[in-house]
Write a protein that binds this ligand. Structure first.
Ligand code: TTP
Ligand code: MG
Length: 364
């Protein structure tokens, strides 16, 4: 379906997230309009509501008072149960990381994945998205929707098309038509203000937006101009930014045959350290803890660590500390089946300036 060089991007978004968690946790809420957010005196706004409540016209950010008028019989959940939402959020992220490290969460309930290259060597992004949705349902008893395309902009909009519990695939050949028919509000980055402005300029759909030259869009929308110009043409080159903090960098080798010989063990450890040094250089990282992991033929697994006063990144330093750790194990006496080194307490590179807030575009 995709030609070589085209990226495969998935956007996954949970359905009616907070409300769905409440319905899962309270079976008596299921199949009913549920509104989350606002206080018992009807002040505040709706965080989200179940699809049953959406039929009454209730939606996120609506004053709870108005929601009450639209559907007085709805179940109003005033307390957010953030620890429950967070737990689900972590569960779904674990599933994503099973496929790739290129995961960019946008909020608790949604993320982009770049699966062009993936751990399962699965060439079909659509099949991966279906697998992920099935695994999310199995693990959390909640449904997610997915959009599959060749860039973030289209994948994000696509995940919304067949909500709830749906998937939408937009291959490159269909992108132009898909974008042309989109109401302007659906464009990622178009909030209320921009929508008003666009409508006043006679821009109501993607097709309308496409009629304008780049300089014109820059004049009207400033630095968002080029984004809109490209988006109207189905172009969005922004990469999926992996925002997971790496806590360690390491490598382990399962040996082809069990070994006892210390010299051979040292040779393998030097090889592992050499690989780790390359990764450390790529991240420009330093580490203040070195851990040795060994697994013996009887599957007994032992780890030994040392904390350092001065952080290291070179293979020779790793090897000298690991040699010390080896003497604290039965290596050389019992046959070994696995050897590994891992470095933690990372600093330098991006490790100590991690910003967990992904940048959201414009005014949405
Ligand atoms: P969304 O994914 O925007 O909404 P949703 O998951 O409730 O519904 P759906 O995706 O099926 O349309 O937001 C995820 C959660 O973020 C949502 O459950 C509640 C919270 N949220 C707010 O607290 N305030 C808001 O204005 C929005 C939009 C979401
Ligand atoms: Mg959602």
């Amino acid at each position: 379906m995709y030609s070589i060089g085209v990226r495969k991007i998935i956007h996954v978004d949970m359905d009616a997230f907070f409300a769905a968690v409440e319905q899962r946790n309270h079976p008596e809420y299921r199949g009913k309009p549920v509104v989350v957010g606002g206080s018992p005196d009807s002040r505040g706004v709706v965080s989200t509501c179940s699809y049953e409540a959406r039929k009454f016209g209730i939606h996120s950010a609506m004053p709870t008072k108005q929601a009450y008028k639209l559907c007085p019989q709805a179940i109003f959940v005033h307390d957010h149960h953030f620890s429950d939402y967070k737990e689900v959020s972590e569960q779904i992220r674990e599933i994503f990381y099973d496929y790739t490290d290129l995961v960019e969460p946008l909020s608790l309930d949604e993320a982009f994945l770049d699966v062009t290259v993936n751990r399962k060597n699965n060439p079909s992004a659509t099949r991966i998205a279906e697998e992920i949705r099935a695994r999310i349902k199995e693990k959390t008893q909640l449904t997610a929707s997915a959009g599959v395309s060749y860039n973030k902009f289209i994948a994000k909009i696509a995940s919304d098309v067949h909500k709830p519990d749906g998937i939408t695939v937009v291959p490159p050949a269909e992108a132009a038509d898909f974008v042309a028919q989109l109401p302007i509000r659906k464009f990622w980055g178009v909030g209320e203000v921009t929508e008003k402005k666009m409508r006043s300029l006679g821009i109501h759909t993607g097709a309308d937006l496409r009629k304008f030259e780049l300089y014109q869009l820059i004049e009207w929308f400033g630095k968002s101009g080029p984004y809109f110009y490209n988006a109207a043409r189905g172009i969005d080159d922004r990469p999926v930014e992996n925002s997971r903090v790496r806590k360690s960098i390491g490598r382990e080798i399962t040996l082809a045959r069990d070994i006892v010989d210390r010299i051979e063990v040292e040779r393998i450890l030097r090889e592992i350290a050499g690989d780790i040094e390359k990764t450390m250089a790529r991240y420009q990282a330093l580490a203040s803890t070195v851990t040795l992991k060994v697994k013996f033929h009887d599957f007994q697994c032992v780890t030994r660590s040392i904390s350092l006063d001065h952080p290291i990144h070179r293979a020779t330093d790793m090897v000298s500390f690991v040699d010390g750790l080896v003497t604290k194990t039965e290596v050389g006496k019992k046959p070994l089946r696995l050897l590994g080194i891992s470095l933690s307490g990372l600093s330098g590179g991006g490790f100590d300036e991690y910003d967990p807030q992904p940048e959201l575009p414009f005014d949405s």
